[in-house]
Design a protein around this ligand. Structure first.
Ligand SMILES: Nc1ncnc2c1ncn2[C@@H]1O[C@H](COP(=O)(O)OP(=O)(O)O)[C@@H](O)[C@H]1O
Ligand SMILES: [Mg+2]
Length: 253
């Protein structure tokens, strides 16, 4: 479904991604791991359109997307939950989720300002989609709460709901479980597993190797901006380069 072909991106002469290639199949859950600074978040921004590659191609469902702006990629079904994403303060849970959906509608800001009929219809559709997504992540009962007041685990599920309102074909999750308590982490893991079981294609960056191993069909390992391994969780666990570059340091930490 998504093919990343020899993609490179440098910052100030240092490669954050260098010649990165990987392909994710329809319905696959792909784990992406690697030490801090390996280029994982950069890779996701290249796919979502928040960064442009300096070389290489990104193909979604046979169509090249690497020159499209983020909202055009969102319309084609790419959704991202950024690392450390925050909720919008002073807004309800439902409004937080709906705001995420507004960006990809056709009507846009002008008709929103004029409150044209098309805008009002889209607004109803957006809130219906937002309520559906909140139900999907188990937050319906919290829809009218102040989003900022939610515990972190529920704020993360809110972020997931915001991404789900777009009914994405490809969901990019950048360390969604970081900073969560064990019970919250388990809930989020179960939710991601359910989305995968429903057939959604997911790429998951996760620091917790046990979590990603339990969820992923395949894992790609990045180190210093390059892919150093790509395989099933079992293959990754016994790969000598992975053990020395990543699992070794992780075990020692
Ligand atoms: N916007 C940016 N400007 C400059 N350097 C960046 C930027 N984004 C990432 N980098 C650098 O690229 C490298 C990879 O970063 P990142 O993709 O965030 O890694 P990871 O998510 O694996 O921790 C790091 O050295 C980081 O400092
Ligand atoms: Mg990162």
């Amino acid at each position: 479904m998504i093919e990343i072909e020899a993609v490179s991106r440098a910052f100030g002469g240092v490669y954050a991604n260098r010649d990165v290639s990987l392909a994710v199949a329809d319905g696959e859950l792909r784990g992406v791991i690697g030490p801090n600074g390996a280029g994982k978040s950069t890779l996701f921004s290249l796919v979502s359109g928040h960064l442009r590659p300096q070389a290489g191609r990104i193909v979604l469902d046979g169509e090249r997307i690497d020159r499209l702006p983020p909202h055009r990629r969102a319309q084609r079904g790419v959704a991202i939950v950024f690392q450390g994403a925050r909720v919008f303060p002073g807004m309800s849970v439902l409004a937080n989720v709906a705001v995420g959906a507004t960006a990809r509608t056709r009507a846009g800001a002008t008709s929103a300002a004029l409150r044209l009929p098309r805008h009002r219809r889209e607004e109803r559709e957006i809130f219906a989609a937002a309520r559906g997504a909140l139900a999907r992540v188990g937050l319906s009962a919290w829809a009218d709460r102040d989003a900022e007041q939610l515990p972190l685990g529920q704020q993360r599920r809110l972020q997931l709901a915001r991404a789900l309102t777009a009914r994405p074909r490809l969901l990019l999750l950048d360390e969604p479980a970081s900073g969560l308590r064990a019970a919250e982490r388990r809930e989020l893991t179960d939710l991601i597993r359910e989305l995968h079981a429903d057939g959604m294609t997911i790429m998951l960056i996760e620091h917790d190797v046990a979590m990603v191993t339990s969820l992923a069909d395949r894992i790609t390992v990045l180190d210093l901006g390059e892919v150093i391994a790509d395989g099933t969780p079992a293959e990754i666990r016994r790969d000598p380069r992975v053990i020395s570059a990543y699992l070794g340091t992780d075990a020692a930490a």
